[in-house]
Design a binder for this molecule. Structure first.
Ligand SMILES: Cc1cc2nc3c(=O)[nH]c(=O)nc-3n(C[C@H](O)[C@H](O)[C@H](O)COP(=O)(O)OP(=O)(O)OC[C@H]3O[C@@H](n4cnc5c(N)ncnc54)[C@H](O)[C@@H]3O)c2cc1C
Length: 381
């Protein structure tokens, strides 16, 4: 039996991967959709993401399942674009520090138990699995190679999805200034921007990355926020055989479509200075430190040079799990707010569009509802 849309017009706020993916899925379902973004597309976290496609290590069973389905959607896309230089499934390699925190053996056992494709390799065995890694940098506990992992260049993906959105009749409004959701009598009725444009809608999806908790608070709603300020360093082009995404104790590395590297790490994130006027400061020593750490784990220790860096919020809910779906107290007001938005981007857009269009909840998102945060769990100011 065919299902009929329960809404006819939707406004999506946010031109990152969640907003764009949801908008194109809504357009595919025949819903009249407007996508509104304050500036150019992909200027938030999606424009400065490591974008490793994975479900490595430990997390809740429901979150693991959603990530695996997310990766599946990328595999389908990859089959449509087999020569894409912006979407690769060349595996991921990870190892831990040589100290009490090393959990490689336990993680390997856990991943095998889940059927997550994993190989536990000694330093000497890595070269035959994946090229370009300095064996001397790998700790004696060994590394895990996950052949099914990959990476995506989110700005390129967003370009492709937005072209389809517009082709299907979707309305794209960029550089619109900051948008706010209009709520009347407990219902979302549309969006108004600081540039003075208003859009009426039957439903609104808020996908404004790290701004989601603050924006829902304007409507009296609470979503716990754990968003840090993150740094992504891009190197100049460098000719290297590296293909896998690397997650090592001091640096994460992924290749880019143009033959450069993207780098990040937890320690470099902590060194970002947040100024009182809301701007960010990045020290030269932090950038150089990341370049040096990357060189140490690459075969031949190549000299890496800075091309550019991106700094800003990395959206992370307070409990670390995704937040997808309709706000409990405001009909027609949906949110998308999560870390791992590269891995989840396609599936989250598909499921949210389905929920908005049909008015029916998808059980895959049952554990990730915004209603799990209630005003009673809100920290006292
Ligand atoms: C350094 C770093 C590393 C990461 N590594 C990985 C990884 O390895 N794997 C993985 O899966 N994920 C990773 N992520 C996470 C992933 O990139 C994000 O989860 C994802 O990009 C979030 O997309 P989004 O659409 O929610 O937000 P964003 O990309 O931030 O987009 C939000 C958009 O909303 C717009 N906006 C904000 N407020 C308003 C407003 N009021 N009105 C109108 N527009 C507004 C912004 O301009 C922006 O364009 C990483 C992120 C970072 C920063």
């Amino acid at each position: 039996m065919a299902t009929f849309p329960s809404v006819s017009k939707v406004v999506v706020v946010g031109g990152g991967i969640f907003g764009v993916s949801s908008a194109v899925h809504l357009a595919r379902l025949g819903i009249e959709t407007v996508l509104v973004n304050d500036g150019p597309l992909a200027k938030g976290a999606s424009g400065r993401s490591l974008a490793w496609l994975n479900s490595a290590r430990r997390r809740s069973a429901e979150y693991h399942r959603l990530r695996m389905i997310g990766i599946d959607r990328y595999r389908t896309l990859s089959a449509r674009y087999p020569d894409a230089d912006w979407l690769r499934f060349d595996g991921g390699l990870t190892w831990d520090a040589d100290d009490a925190s090393n959990e490689i053996a336990d993680v390997f056992a856990h991943e095998k138990a889940l059927g997550y494709d994993a190989q536990h390799l000694s330093a000497a065995a890595i070269a035959s699995a994946t090229p370009g890694i300095a064996a001397s940098a790998v700790t004696h506990q060994g590394a895990i190679f996950n052949p099914g992992e990959g990476w995506v260049d989110l700005p390129r993906l967003i370009e492709i999805l937005i072209a389809e959105f517009v082709e299907r009749g979707g309305q794209l409004v960029t550089d619109a200034g900051s948008a706010a959701v209009t709520v009347v009598n407990g219902r979302a009725t549309g969006v108004t921007t600081t540039s003075g444009i208003s859009f009426a809608a039957d439903a609104v999806l808020l996908a404004t990355g790290g701004d989601v908790p603050r924006m829902v608070a304007d409507s009296g709603q609470y979503i716990a926020d754990g968003t840090p300020i993150a740094l992504l360093v891009r190197t100049k082009q460098v000719s290297l055989p590296l293909r896998a995404v690397l997650n090592t104790p001091r640096v994460a590395i992924r290749p880019t479509p143009d033959g450069a590297l993207a780098l990040d790490s937890a320690w470099s994130e902590e060194e970002v200075v947040v100024n009182s006027d809301g701007t960010y400061g990045v020290k030269d020593s932090t950038v150089q430190g990341l370049l040096d750490e990357a060189s140490k784990v690459l075969d031949g220790h190549p000299k890496l040079e800075l091309e550019s860096y991106g700094v800003g919020p990395k959206p992370i809910p307070g409990d670390g799990e995704p937040v997808f779906g309709q706000l409990k107290d405001i009909e027609g007001y949906y949110v998308a707010f999560s870390h791992s938005g590269a891995t989840l981007g396609l599936i989250a857009g598909e499921l949210l569009a389905g929920e908005i269009a049909s008015g029916t909840e998808n059980p895959l998102l049952a554990n990730f509802r915004p209603s799990r945060f209630s005003v009673s769990t809100q920290p006292v100011a």
